[in-house]
Write a protein that binds this ligand. Structure first.
Ligand SMILES: [Zn+2]
Ligand SMILES: [Zn+2]
Length: 288
């Protein structure tokens, strides 16, 4: 098993310093759970190096409340140093720990060329691609009141359509290697009566881009109480030959490798016999 989606810091945490001891503790916990390799995948936007992207939310002219909510969220989350983070991850690798260096990269519509320039030159092993916001709306974050209220103002089908379009654009950009939590739009339990059309589009986006898809236990810790992706979407990934990684999306030590046996059962039921791992952004297959 792999845990290919891990954060060093909780949301809202202000002191964003990476340490070798923390990475070593993550590795030790993961190995005790039978995980052979982990990927550190902190959010790119939490680093000062992403600050040049500031203001992207102002392109969403529809709602001032969403824009100011996103501006506040961005300010509250920022402060890490990407150089230091990579340095610590490389030191962990050099010490023989079973860790690869990654990032969770958000989809910034119209700005992925800037993102690629900012990330060029860093020795990443794997980049996760995520859609967490639609325009200025952080749809998966109910801690911001304006974001939570927005769910009441939109139709579920329209949200899923917007999300899926963003996922398609992210995949087509070629910036990242793995689609993280592919059906995140279900996070609060809002699922269309007939989601098949969206599942088909998500699977096609992964297949046509050559990206892998992440199977994550994080959804079990959210109101939807279901892994990402839903079984019908995982079946479509399998049918189209989309490789998968496994992940907990932990933001703290106790959750590392969370529910790995349940994740394994999902994969086995869908017919998967291997996982995708990465080194220097080159894929290889490993045993489940
Ligand atoms: Zn995420
Ligand atoms: Zn994450």
């Amino acid at each position: 098993m792999l845990d290919y989606h891990l954060h060093l810091w909780e949301h809202g945490q202000r002191s964003l310093d990476a340490t070798l001891e923390q990475v070593a503790a993550y590795c030790e916990h993961a190995q005790a759970e039978g995980v052979t390799e982990i990927a550190l995948t902190e959010h790119f936007y939490r680093f000062r190096q992403a600050e040049v992207l500031r203001g992207w939310w102002d392109e969403d002219e529809a709602d001032q409340g969403l824009r100011s909510g996103m501006r506040q969220y961005w300010d509250d989350e920022q402060g890490g140093d990407l150089d230091r983070y990579v340095e610590v991850a490389l030191a962990a690798k050099a010490a023989g720990l079973p860790v690869v260096v990654g990032l969770e990269v958000d989809y910034f519509r119209g700005r992925m060329d800037i993102v690629e320039r900012l990330l060029a030159g860093y020795p990443f092993d794997v980049l996760l691609g995520s859609v967490h916001w639609l325009g200025a709306w952080g749809f998966d974050n109910n801690a911001v009141p304006a974001f939570a209220a927005e769910w009441e103002a939109r139709k579920v089908e329209a949200v899923w359509d917007d999300y899926t379009t963003s996922l398609e654009e992210l995949a087509a950009s070629g910036t990242c290697d793995v689609l993280a939590h592919p059906d995140l739009c279900k996070v609060f339990g809002h699922v269309p009566g007939a989601p098949d059309e969206f599942y088909d589009r998500m699977a096609e986006a992964a297949a046509s881009s050559g990206m892998a898809a992440e199977v994550s236990s994080a959804g079990w810790r959210k109101p939807i109480d279901e892994a990402y992706p839903a079984p019908p979407l995982l079946e479509r990934f399998k049918a189209r030959g989309v490789p998968v990684t496994t992940a907990s999306d932990a933001h703290r030590l106790a959750i590392v490798a969370d529910r790995r046996t349940d994740v394994r059962s999902l994969l086995t039921a869908a017919g998967y016999t291997s996982l995708r791992a990465y080194a220097a952004r080159t894929p290889r297959d490993v045993d489940i």
